[in-house]
Unconditional design. Structure first.
Length: 217
């Protein structure tokens, strides 16, 4: 049976949810793994959804955070310049087109520059409200980003529906008291309220009262 949500606004993750940047992530973080003598598969298993410095802190727990911030700045520059293979996830163009004129925000662990570069490379419109790494003090799974997105749109957290693919993102939505739709097969393991194999399975319709009805097939 389809899952149906009635909400006021949508909060959207970027990587893995709207944009397929997997090839870039694999290239950059595999180089990181080799630099630090880590197994690439183990690194790639924990990288999704977090800010880079938070991932580094988990992988290199004894390294000073100052070094994590410094290396993350270098990696952000590399990722922003490397757009080879960055494409929209299936259904993302039509999904975002259906949200035009309705309240929605991008909430991403990427920097502002990286978010703009990847959305542009994928030929996707940037939502009217964006919450990027520079605007929060704590990375997902902390709910700060989603709570800030809801506040900037002018709605209570429970009135917003989150779209996420990563474990830390689903956890952040839950911590913020928001229902969450998992996008892609990986998200099934993280207990979202509904699962969309792709955004092709999601339809959004607006009522005259401004309420958004979101159906996940």
């Amino acid at each position: 049976m389809p899952s149906v949500f009635t909400v006021r606004a949508l909060l959207l993750d970027m990587d893995g949810t709207l944009v397929d940047s997997g090839a870039v992530v694999e290239r950059c973080w595999t180089r990181f793994a080799h630099r630090h003598g880590l197994e690439p598969a183990a690194v790639l298993a924990v990288v999704h959804g977090r800010q880079g410095h938070a991932t580094m802190a988990e992988l290199l727990p004894h390294r000073p955070m100052e070094e994590n911030y410094a290396e993350n700045a270098v990696m952000l520059a590399e990722e922003t310049a490397d757009l080879d293979g960055v494409v929209p996830v299936p259904g993302a163009p039509a999904f975002l087109a259906s949200l035009a004129g309705h309240p929605h925000a991008l909430v991403t662990s990427a920097s502002d520059g990286l978010a703009r570069a990847r959305m542009t490379a994928a030929a996707l419109p940037l939502p009217p409200v964006t919450v990027t790494a520079e605007q929060v003090g704590a990375s997902k799974p902390d709910p700060e980003g989603f709570l800030k997105g809801a506040a900037e749109l002018g709605f209570a957290p429970a009135e917003c529906l989150v779209f996420e693919d990563a474990e830390v993102g689903v956890a952040a939505a839950r911590a913020g008291g928001m229902p969450v739709v998992g996008v892609g097969p990986r998200a099934a393991a993280y207990g979202p309220d509904a699962l969309a194999a792709t955004l092709l399975d999601v339809t959004v319709t607006a009522g005259p009262d401004g309420l958004l009805t979101v159906t996940v097939a």
